[in-house]
Design a binder for this molecule. Structure first.
Ligand code: NAD
Length: 279
């Protein structure tokens, strides 16, 4: 069984990014990411803290703006215009009285480094991707890194969220991935039927232990996006112990998709900063 080591990949990407940041510094550009938070949320805050750490390691400026909900559109407008800001992240969830979609629409697509704006999601749908949603991109980045060919393969994705399952299905339909995709969700009648026929199973449901050996065919490849806490321990959606003997390759949790997701967010910030040079 091959362990698809996301932590190792993220480290390698980080080294490349550090070099790119040095090259930008020679042109007096310092990439900057600003996270806008409209309400305090513990899990969002721990995600922000980990982003800050990675940004600092790479040499990206990181700023957290904790604002009052009624300041949101003025703050975004200022950040959109500020030439020293290259990425804007909207912390999720937003305050109750705010419309998240309206805020995402107000971020200029060139600074939407999370790939969550309607414009960037629409471009993916049209087969002309710009910034991709980081988690979905992290899955294909891991498959690419380990030379796992998706062309012509049957891939089953468990989960249809706008952040993971849905954009991932669109990415894997692009011609360079050319896979045949099945997307399962809470309305799926027989999950096993769809996971068992898949060459590659990607699970993003947020349900610990949802997938076990009974769900998979021998020699399949599994990417586990899930993040769950069970008795204080971080686990994925796949029962790793039950499937490890039968799969060809699998991502661990932790140390799989998570670190690659955060590093890709930083890559988008650096790419955005580089875009300024080409203007
Ligand atoms: P979500 O709750 O928005 O979506 C979950 C999806 O799973 C839904 O579409 C639902 O229909 C489907 N689902 C739930 N139970 C199911 C079942 N029993 N059978 C079939 N389908 C089922 O969650 P999300 O934001 O897409 O995140 C999914 C998981 O991925 C969560 O655990 C989340 O914490 C994790 N996540 C990880 C990263 C990372 O970087 N590793 C990033 C984002 C999300």
């Amino acid at each position: 069984m091959l362990l698809l080591d996301g932590k190792k990949l993220a480290k390698k990407m980080e080294e490349d990014l550090k070099n790119e940041v040095k090259e930008l510094a020679e042109k007096n550009i310092k990439p900057k990411l600003v996270t806008v938070s409209t309400v305090h949320d513990d899990s969002s805050y721990s995600y922000i803290k980990s982003q800050k750490k990675v940004a600092q390691r790479i040499g990206i400026d990181f700023e957290l703006l904790e604002i009052k909900p009624d300041q949101t559109f003025d703050v975004i407008s200022e950040l959109n215009q500020n030439e020293n800001v290259h990425g804007i992240m909207l912390a999720h969830p937003v305050a109750d009285d705010l419309d998240e979609l309206k805020i995402l629409k107000s971020i200029v697509p060139e600074k939407d480094v999370e790939g969550r704006s309607p414009e960037n999601l629409g471009l993916l749908m049209l087969g002309k991707p710009s910034f991709l949603p980081c988690t979905a991109e992290a899955v294909v980045k891991i498959l690419d890194e380990y030379g796992i060919d998706t062309k012509g393969k049957n891939i089953t994705i468990v989960g249809r969220s706008t952040t993971v399952g849905k954009p991932l299905s669109m990415i894997l339909l692009l011609r360079n991935y050319n896979a045949t995709i099945t997307v399962c969700h809470t309305g799926t009648r027989d999950l096993v039927e769809h996971t068992k026929m898949a060459d590659i199973v990607i699970v993003a449901a947020g349900k610990a232990g949802l997938i076990n050996a009974n769900h998979l065919k021998e020699g399949s490849i599994v990417v586990d996006v899930g993040i769950n806490f069970v008795n204080g321990k971080l686990v994925g959606d796949v029962d790793f112990e039950s499937v490890k003997e039968m799969v060809n390759a699998i991502t661990p949790v932790p140390g799989g998709v998570g670190p690659v997701t955060t590093t890709l967010l930083m890559k988008h910030v650096v790419d955005s900063a580089k875009g300024i040079l080409s203007k």
